[in-house]
Design a protein around this ligand. Structure first.
Ligand SMILES: Nc1nc2c([nH]c(=O)n2[C@H]2C[C@H](O)[C@@H](COP(=O)(O)OP(=O)(O)OP(=O)(O)O)O2)c(=O)[nH]1
Length: 133
């Protein structure tokens, strides 16, 4: 029986239309790949509350559920699980992002993402972001 892995992630968009990516640290699955900030939805959380928590933990920024707009999703096998990744877009937050867990942060335009190594589930999301931004 395949169990779904619920992950939430966000394209934070700056005033120039660039998106924040973070580089996964060594020692973690998919180390060194560039990903959207986010993480697993834990028991008792809504997707939005999970994402707000992840943004505080990973980047030290705060946002509100009303600033998280659902954009698209990815559905991809992941080992013996099946990843369901909900991608939001967000243009309003408080604070300056710092890489608390990531190796590095980078602001990029969607078209520049094709040149970066990203998790397989993220690749179909790039074209959708290109069309959206
Ligand atoms: N945050 C994020 N995770 C992604 C993306 N693409 C993708 O396949 N994933 C996968 C990688 C992981 O298998 C899973 C997220 O789990 P994670 O381990 O990074 O989440 P977490 O922050 O809750 O970490 P942890 O507490 O379990 O260490 O989703 C993405 O763009 N952003």
């Amino acid at each position: 029986m395949i169990s779904p892995l619920f992950v939430v992630a966000v394209a934070l968009i700056d005033a120039d239309g660039r998106v924040l990516l973070q580089q996964r640290p060594p020692g973690k699955a998919m180390a060194d790949l560039w990903e959207f900030p986010g993480g697993k939805v834990e028991a008792g959380e809504t997707p939005e509350s999970a994402l707000i928590r992840e943004l505080e933990e990973e980047l030290g920024i705060h946002t509100h559920a009303s600033c998280l707009a659902p954009a698209t999703f990815a559905s991809e096998p992941l080992g013996d699980r099946h990843l369901l990744l909900l991608l939001y877009v967000c243009r309003k937050w408080e604070g300056v992002p710092h890489p608390h867990h990531a190796t590095a942060l980078k602001w990029v335009r969607p078209a520049q993402m094709y040149a970066l190594s990203m998790p397989p589930a993220d690749l179909p999301l790039i074209g959708i972001l290109e069309a959206l931004l």
